[in-house]
Design a protein around this ligand. Structure first.
Ligand code: FAD
Length: 292
């Protein structure tokens, strides 16, 4: 089963061919590749600050790209908060520890990190008698670029594919669910946050919200610690939490010595898995393999 690319053109969908190529001829579009934004240029206008451009490193040189209208920050869930903090937007204590002048105080920057973490269970699988296996070498099915162009049509391979999104009440007994939902209901009543309350509804009986996504990869062993026996085939069931309660953070590091933290210092990611309300995540992930 090949489900990650166009079955007619045998090309994969990725950001360049889907988002860039169709519009690349527009005269008002310029894409600078191999460039690293070091910080957003924040300028004071009276007492207020405004983002006026970005400081960019490209080909070993730093220069400022000024915005005529606005700066859109979309550096992903890890590097967006990193760039905000490097630019002086965030919790003043964290900025001070990193040696960065606080321009906009906002203690929410870098907080509330949520991760759809997953577990991987490896199963020994039988090779169907009429199957010659995949056209993809096993090493290319996971974690490395798949050379689709080398495959002769009709291609035959088994790429990871979602097989089910399961509501929590399909994974635990009604007694266990009652225990969980009593706790969750109490939380819903307590929470003033509309979004939190909505997330928590995934645990209510009858709500068909898929709490866990199951992905089956029938051709690969995803566990780096598990060494299969020669001649045997293995598949991996991935179980991914969709509505995590664990709340973590991502922040820039404190300065080392007298040198202020820069884009070259990796941010510190603390997912706080299973901490606080995240204990519920543990119960849900534990229940996953018992799906009914
Ligand atoms: C393993 C995995 C599986 C996923 N599966 C799905 C799925 O099946 N369906 C789905 O809808 N979503 C899925 N997602 C989520 C999806 O990939 C993200 O929601 C989406 O990519 C976010 O897009 P974005 O543009 O905000 O950030 P990103 O895609 O993270 O893009 C941020 C870009 O900014 C660049 N950048 C960062 N810092 C700098 C800097 N300082 N200077 C210059 N460039 C910088 C990065 O290199 C990156 O190219 C998955 C994510 C992961 C990690």
């Amino acid at each position: 089963m090949l489900c990650a690319f166009n079955p007619f053109t045998y090309t994969r969908s990725f950001s360049a061919n889907c988002y860039y190529l169709p519009v690349c001829k527009r005269p008002n579009l310029f894409l600078l590749t191999e460039a690293t934004v070091k910080e957003i240029v924040i300028e004071y206008e009276g007492e207020k600050c405004a983002a006026r451009g970005v400081l960019v490193r490209c080909d070993g040189e730093d220069f400022i790209v000024r915005a005529s209208r606005e700066v859109v920050l979309s550096a992903g869930s890890i590097q967006s908060p990193q760039l905000l903090e490097l630019s002086g937007i965030g919790n003043p204590e964290i900025l001070k520890a990193a040696g960065i002048e606080a321009k906009v105080c906002n203690p929410n920057v870098g907080e509330n990190l949520q991760d759809h973490f997953m577990t991987k269970t490896v199963y020994e699988v039988q090779t169907p008698p009429d199957s010659e296996g995949s056209d993809l070498p096993p090493s290319q099915t996971v974690g490395s670029p798949v050379e689709i162009s080398n495959i002769k049509a009709p291609a035959k391979a088994y790429l990871p594919c979602p097989v089910a999104y399961c509501p929590i009440f399909k994974m635990v007994t009604s007694q266990e669910l009652a225990g969980l939902t009593a706790h969750i209901r109490q939380k819903i009543m307590e929470s003033k946050d509309v979004r939190e309350a909505k997330l928590r509804q995934s645990f209510l009986p009858g709500k068909m919200l898929g709490a866990v996504e199951f992905v089956w990869d029938g051709e690969a062993n995803w566990n780096p610690d598990f060494k299969g026996e020669p001649g045997k085939r293995y598949g991996t069931l991935l179980q991914m939490l969709q509505y995590p309660f664990s709340r973590g953070s991502v922040h820039i590091q404190p300065m080392r010595g007298s040198k202020a933290t820069t884009i070259d210092d990796k941010p510190t990611i603390d997912p706080r898995y299973f901490a606080g309300d995240g204990k519920i995540d543990f119960e849900v992930m534990k229940a996953g393999p018992d799906i009914r």
